[in-house]
Design a protein around this ligand. Structure first.
Ligand SMILES: [Zn+2]
Length: 290
């Protein structure tokens, strides 16, 4: 697949292993950086994979959060924002771990994948959101049912920036998001896992005619998906060059600077870490990375 033309900021990348599904799939930091290096992704908002190891309970979550924090500390230009992960069954211990990861490790919020973490995006997530709201932070939410639930969170927690992952996963999902979240001041959308090759009614132009262009951002959903397809779609859309740049990196840059005002997007590509040849990192099974 052709290299992307623009620098990209990826607002939706996961580091770690998903082990709660057969077969396990994941990527360590070096593997993701090798992918970044060969796909024009210059910076990213990273979080653990959902469905990670849990044999030790919240201690495993702590280890997953620490891995993200260490990546952000090692490469602050590439990873200006790191998010933790939350599991509904950890209850208060999970809330405490989130608080610790923000206070001690500098994470800015959390990623929630309701299907894999047991959440319903209802009141059970409020104690976690209270923690983020107290610090002023960011949450990446995968949907569970209607996005009206995210709109309710956004209203209740105006100091949190919410990103809805996979906003255009299907036309039904996108319509629901436009209806409930399209005019919220603190909700952004990512394009992870678009396009679906079978979905020829969808265009980026249509999406940005229904929500503010400034809210739409590139997200990879690495390590699950060959996200170069999404880059290809963005670059071949009917948007102007300036609008494409906004979706590729400009909007994400503004969002990141709300929290890291001095952060600059590195204009040089990531260096490929040794041991990850290009032909190994882009092996796919259909649209899925393996
Ligand atoms: Zn995701």
């Amino acid at each position: 697949m052709q290299a992307a033309l623009h620098p990209y900021i990826d607002v939706h990348a996961h580091i770690g292993q998903t082990v709660s599904r057969a077969r396990p799939i994941g990527q360590d930091l070096a593997r993701y950086m090798a992918r970044m290096a060969t796909s024009s992704v210059h910076a990213a908002i990273i979080s653990p994979t959902a469905g990670g190891p849990q044999s030790r309970g919240v201690l495993d979550t702590k280890a997953q959060n620490l891995e993200i924090a260490e990546a952000c500390k090692a490469f602050p230009g590439r990873f200006p924002i790191g998010l933790g992960v939350v599991e509904v069954r950890h209850e208060t211990a999970g809330v405490d771990e989130l608080e610790r990861s923000i206070r001690e490790d500098g994470l800015l919020g959390f990623m929630c994948h309701p299907i894999l973490s047991g959440h319903a995006l209802e009141e059970e997530l409020n104690p976690f959101l209270e923690v983020v709201n107290a610090h002023g932070g960011l949450c990446l939410l995968h949907l569970s049912g209607t996005s009206a639930k995210v709109a309710a969170y956004a209203k209740r927690y105006p100091d949190i920036a919410f990103i809805i992952g996979h906003a255009s996963m299907s036309l039904e999902v996108e319509h629901d998001i436009v209806e409930h979240c399209g005019s919220a001041d603190n909700i952004w959308l990512d394009l992870a896992q678009k396009p679906d090759p079978e979905e020829d009614l969808w265009t980026l132009h249509k999406l940005v005619s229904r929500v503010s262009l400034s809210r739409v951002m590139f997200g990879s959903d690495a390590p699950y998906y060959d996200y170069r397809r999404v880059q290809h779609l963005i670059e071949n859309s009917s948007l102007s060059e300036a609008e494409v740049a906004q979706v590729a990196y400009g909007n994400a840059m503004i969002l990141i600077r709300k929290f890291k005002p001095l952060w600059e997007l590195p204009m040089a590509a990531v260096e490929v870490p040794t041991g990850y040849p290009n032909n190994d990192i882009w092996i796919t099974n259909g649209r899925r990375l393996t």
